[in-house]
Design a protein around this ligand. Sequence first.
Ligand code: FAQ
Length: 321
Amino acid sequence: MELLEKNEQVQTELLRHFENKIEKGDSIEPRDKMPDGYRKHLIRQMSQHAHSEVIGMQPEGNWITRAPSLRAKQILLAKIQDEGGHGLYLYSAAETLGISRDEMISQLHSGKAKYSNIFNYPALTWADIGAIGWLVDGAAIVNQVSLQRTSYGPYSRAMVRICKEESFHQRQGYEIMAKMMSGTDAQKEMAQDAMNRWWWPSLMMFGPHDSESPHTGDAVKWKIKRHSNDELRAKFIDKTVQQAEVIGLTIPDKDLKWNDATGHYDHGAIDWNEFYKVISGSGPCNHQRMEHHKRVHAEGAWVREAAEAYRAKQEKQLLHS
Ligand code: FAQ
């Protein structure tokens, strides 16, 4: 009985330590005691973030063989490789919370874990590669810059490195759009068409409005989220409108208007029916994205087995040396 009470006291003390750290803005590290809800919340968000990075390689990968120049091909290859790397840092960071990579992948394959809505749309033309870099990476950066100050140490450190690479990605996308907007009428039309198709799904990347976001309350309390979905969306719109104007692109929103009182742009209504349809598996490319991931994952089994055999061999050698 005494032992049980003592154990409870220790647990309470450790949780108080967690709360103090959150309160002070110190980072939580893997060995710290944390509430189960905090751990689960992070596993959900970080694994979904990792899956998004990896699934996000597919729409761009589709254009490697069709890039319009060797320079463009090299840049695109490097960018896609970076996205794969981001997925790997994030899977590793999530593993520190006690979930294995295999488990995360099987949650993705079973549909239990989501990935970003945005990667369920097709990349139809070269301008889409510009729009993905400029708008999708641009939206991802706004979110990830804020996450650099998230309370979980391994996640926040991964974000610092990821943000440096994302800003290069955003610029390569903007460069493609700017180049097309200074080209022929057909190229300008292609760029505007890509803008029209990617704008609204990019706004949806920030998640539902704050009033409809079930996870925001806990996320803010635990300092996982440092800014709300709507705050980040507003930040993204404010900076992107100006960038569009500079190169002559029109934002496909007739209700977009600067609001002096809020210091932000007002925007038209987002089609949340489309968002929920896409994140529940019925977007234009969901089936294709998952089938591709499952097939390539199965084909790569031999690489994982070889790496495991190599690790076991090294361990054995170390024991006998
Ligand atoms: N897509 O209560 P909330 C990238 C779900 S990286 C799909 O507001 P939360 C790089 C949400 O999971 C892009 N589902 O949720 C790149 C929840 O459902 P659940 C990925 C979404 O977590 C560029 C439900 O709706 N970035 O692009 C989305 O507080 C180019 C209720 O939502 C990250 O993951 C969505 N957009 O806020 C790679 C950033 N939004 O889980 C290649 C980290 C919401 O209960 C090429 N994540 N849902 O079933 C976050 O900051 C947050 O998780 C939010 C959502 C803001 C995405």
